[in-house]
Design a protein around this ligand. Structure first.
Ligand code: PNS
Length: 165
């Protein structure tokens, strides 16, 4: 049987323990997983795309079948080119569901060969969101419990350098 590849896309600004939970579980379900860091469509990101790729690589280094890449285009184009059979996303709540369902249906219309798999986030990390991590960090709070260690270190470093600039 051919290798089954899944894509885990997101902006990951920053990658949280919730994202990592989904990637680890996808890695157990599929032969190969590519975590795809997307360019930010809206406001200026906290971390550049290159930084997000580097931090994600460090956070998933313990997973043998997981790679990390960056992309700026249409997700389905990347999925098709990678020969992937699934897009894997995390589902924290019913609020996430409406948006995820809409994207899943539009992506499936554009690329019927790939399915979206929504993994219900593990309860211990269900409440974590990147936007709240950014807000808490910007206000001087401790975000170490919400993000993987390499991301926590980068946030700490960013705070120290921004204080001195
Ligand atoms: O971290 P997020 O906000 O859940 O990630 C959303 C993301 C990056 C997966 C989504 O915005 C996306 O797929 N963007 C790529 C552009 C695209 O294909 N848009 C059409 C989606 S139906």
């Amino acid at each position: 049987m051919s290798e089954r590849t899944a894509i885990c896309p997101g902006t990951f600004d920053p990658l949280t323990r919730g994202h990592l939970d989904v990637v680890e579980r996808a890695a157990a379900l599929f032969d190969r997983v590519i975590v795809l860091c997307a360019a930010h469509s809206g406001k200026r990101p906290l971390f550049s795309l290159a930084e997000r790729v580097e931090l994600t690589r460090a956070a998933v280094a313990h997973l043998d079948n997981v790679g990390v890449d960056a992309f700026e285009g249409l997700l389905v184009d990347y999925v098709r080119d990678a020969g992937a059979c699934a897009i894997v996303k995390g589902l924290r709540s019913i609020d996430d569901f409406h948006h995820e369902q809409q994207m899943a249906m539009m992506n499936r219309h554009m690329l019927p060969d790939a399915d979206t798999v929504l993994l219900v986030t593990s309860p211990d990390v269900q409440y974590i969101s990147s936007s709240l991590v950014r807000e808490i960090w910007a206000l001087g709070g401790d975000v170490g419990g919400f993000v993987p260690a390499p991301v926590a270190e980068a946030l700490q470093h960013k705070r120290q350098t921004s204080q001195h600039s």
